[in-house]
Design a protein around this ligand. Structure first.
Ligand SMILES: CC(C)(COP(=O)(O)OP(=O)(O)OC[C@H]1O[C@@H](n2cnc3c(N)ncnc32)[C@H](O)[C@@H]1OP(=O)(O)O)[C@@H](O)C(=O)NCCC(=O)NCCS
Length: 192
C-alpha cells in the first residue's frame, strides 16, 4: 500500500491569491467538467466573468481566502471562502435564501481526482471553517450539487448545517444543475 502524500496547505489572500488564479482556474475546469457537475467551464480570461479565470479573479478581488493544498509542487485541491457584502450577495444570487452582509460563504472547494479519498477535502473544509469562525460571522452558507453527498454529509453531520433550499439552474452550456443550499446559524443575533 502506498503512503498518502503529506499535503501542505497554504493560505493565499489578496495579491497572493491573484497570482495563483491561473492554477485554480485550470483545476476548476478539470474538476467541474466531470460528474456530477458536468459544467462547461473554460479557462478564458481575467475580464470574462463567465470563465474560470474571470470567476477566480473576481473572487480574489473580493477578499476571498484561498486555501491551496499541495503535494510537493502539485496542486492537489483548494477551498475558497469569503465574507459576504451586498455586491457579492447579488452576484451569487444569495439574497433569495436570506444571506446577509457579514455572513460567511464557502464559495468553492475541490480535490483533483488522483488525490481523492485520503481525507484532503475534510482537511480543507476544517481549515476553511476556522477562517469563518475567526471572522465571527453570524451565519455560514454553502451551496453544492445535490449528488455531492460527501460534501453534504460533512456539513450536516460534522458541523450541524441544515438544508434551507433545493433548486435547479440551467447554467451556460445548457447544463442542468440541481443544487442544495445549507446554512448554519452561529449567532442568534449579530453583535451590535
Ligand atoms: C467532493 C470532493 C471535494 C471530495 O474530496 P476528497 O478529498 O476525496 O474527500 P475526502 O477524502 O475528505 O472524503 C471522500 C470520501 O473518502 C472517505 N475517506 C476519507 N479519508 C479516507 C481514507 N484515508 N481512506 C479511505 N476513504 C477515506 C470519506 O469518508 C468520504 O467518504 P464518502 O464519500 O462515502 O462520504 C471531490 O470528490 C471533488 O472535488 N468533487 C468535485 C467537486 C465538488 O463537488 N466540490 C464540492 C462542492 S463545491
Amino acid at each position: 500500500m502506498t503512503e498518502p502524500p503529506n499535503f501542505r496547505i497554504e493560505l493565499l489572500e489578496g495579491r497572493a491569491a491573484l497570482e495563483h488564479v491561473p492554477c485554480f482556474a485550470r483545476a476548476q475546469v478539470e474538476v467541474f467538467g466531470q460528474p456530477p457537475w458536468n459544467l462547461k467551464w473554460y479557462e478564458g480570461s481575467v475580464d470574462d466573468p463567465k470563465s474560470a479565470l474571470g470567476f477566480h479573479t473576481w473572487a480574489a478581488n473580493n477578499d476571498s481566502a484561498y486555501l491551496g493544498a499541495y503535494a510537493g509542487d502539485q496542486l492537489a485541491g483548494f477551498a475558497v471562502g469569503l465574507a459576504l457584502n451586498e455586491d457579492v450577495i447579488r452576484t451569487l444570487e444569495l439574497d433569495q435564501f436570506g444571506a446577509a452582509p457579514g455572513d460567511y460563504y464557502f464559495l468553492v472547494a475541490c480535490v483533483l481526482p488522483s488525490f481523492r479519498r485520503q481525507g484532503l477535502y475534510w482537511l480543507l473544509i476544517e481549515r476553511r471553517m476556522e477562517l469563518a469562525r475567526a471572522k465571527k460571522s453570524p451565519t455560514l452558507w454553502v451551496r453544492t450539487h445535490v449528488d455531492s453527498t460527501t460534501v453534504t454529509r460533512y456539513y450536516r453531520e460534522e458541523h450541524g448545517f441544515d438544508e434551507v433550499a433545493r433548486y435547479t439552474t440551467v447554467d451556460y452550456g445548457f447544463v442542468t444543475v440541481p443544487r442544495v443550499v445549507l446554512r448554519k446559524v452561529v449567532l442568534a443575533e449579530a453583535p451590535v
